[in-house]
Design a protein around this ligand. Sequence first.
Ligand SMILES: Nc1nc2c(ncn2[C@@H]2O[C@H](COP(=O)(O)OP(=O)(O)OP(=O)(O)O)[C@@H](O)[C@H]2O)c(=O)[nH]1
Ligand SMILES: [Mg+2]
Length: 487
Amino acid sequence: MPSLSELVEEARLSARALLDYGDGLFNPTVRLGVTGLSRAGKTVFITALVHGLTRGGRFPVFESLATGRIAKARLAPQPDDAVPRFAYEEHLRTLIDERRWPNSTTDISELRLVIDYQRASGADRTLTLDIVDYPGEWLLDLPLLNKSYEEWSAESLALSRQGPRRTLAAAFHTHLATLDAKAPENEQATLIAARLFTDYLRACRDERFAMSLLPPGRFLMPGNLAGSPALTFAPLDVASDGSAPDGSLWAMMKRRYEAYKDVVVRPFFRDHFSRLDRQIVLVDALSAFNAGPEALHDLEAALAGILDCFRIGRSTILSTLFRPRVDRILFAATKADHLHHLSHDRLEDVLRRTVTKAVSRSELAGASVDVVAIAAVRATKEALVQRGRDKLPSILGTPIAGEVANGETFDGETEVATFPGDLPTDLDGLFAGGSFRGLSTDAADKADYRFLRFRPPLLTRDGGEEPALPHIRLDRALQFLIGDRLQ
Ligand SMILES: Nc1nc2c(ncn2[C@@H]2O[C@H](COP(=O)(O)OP(=O)(O)OP(=O)(O)O)[C@@H](O)[C@H]2O)c(=O)[nH]1
Ligand SMILES: [Mg+2]
């Protein structure tokens, strides 16, 4: 039996769906979700996409633009009053004028683009594209809705005792050993536990480990909820089928865990996720390579978790309330400009392998899924560099000040040619963690694959005109995501 609050919620949701629908009849709209774990490349992707559409980028594969059917794309006022606007102008200025990557963003944001185009049949039409940028970490909170505090505790403690996570969680484990779950509730002990648990999650995100699976997602990006009780709890060593004595530390943690679900998780799925029509999931597979096999496994698990949110066939954790209406999902490996183009297909293969495993587990009723390797903003050029007798396919770029390679520290001004290492051909060996080493297992110069971070490209303005941003396969991504809606 649905509870009263569920019924009320359902009524509210139907009312809004009707509103969205009515609006859509007169004014066709696509809500495009852009997600990915932190640093995956969401902000850069949206900035490049909007710039390309409004300025007219070089997008040969994006048919409607390439054939001249798009007359004009312009920004329009952001429609949702409670969601921050995506700071497009600021991000663009940072990229082009300062040649810096935009700062990290930790909250949801939205931007509305209106596209005037001509249908293939000749009629003039308008499509409204609402782009929603939200952290992929929020999707990974979905399973919490179906888990008791005790189950969640048992799982996250088990995870924190595996592989490299064990060392990173040492301080938290030490504090945990001093806690008695059945003792009276204690705000100070809880604060310390929450802080150490968050420190552990943050350490896992570090470049050397690049772990992906770190719920609760809001712990690392609390936004305006920082310091609130709903974000101040941690797992305890308690029996997964036990029940908490009244007034105990355990009961307090449990209450806050439930509050987290109510104030953070449910509203996100209800207000944002369920309204998306199309979704792109950006994946920083190269950072996982950089870190090593553990990070790749972790990424694989996180991607499976993200895909689970789109399972709509069977009855899942997603109640009918939260079910998305997404009918196209694109997984994109970002930052492909760190590789020579000869390796782009291989990068797609790695991602396809990871995703296929997850897709075959889920029933994505009606949704089509594709995979592409992209660079939203291409920071490098390609060159063949003579090394001894061989010519190596290398990439040319300006490493960010402070990046180090072979003992040399870069100043942020000098352009260098590098050979980042080949992506391994043997994918099974790669995931099995055989011979492939990354930063988390060895010194940087011993890692089998290592990429440098480059500055955004140097662009010159021809006359007064804004320069186009170079990219890799961004047009292919666009064609898959919205090409059919511009027919
Ligand atoms: N070379 C290259 N680097 C990129 C590209 N896109 C993103 N990056 C790098 O990845 C970093 C993160 O990109 P963002 O777009 O800020 O990623 P995000 O997903 O918005 O990150 P958060 O806001 O922290 O969640 C940037 O600072 C760049 O260093 C790209 O197309 N090419
Ligand atoms: Mg961002």
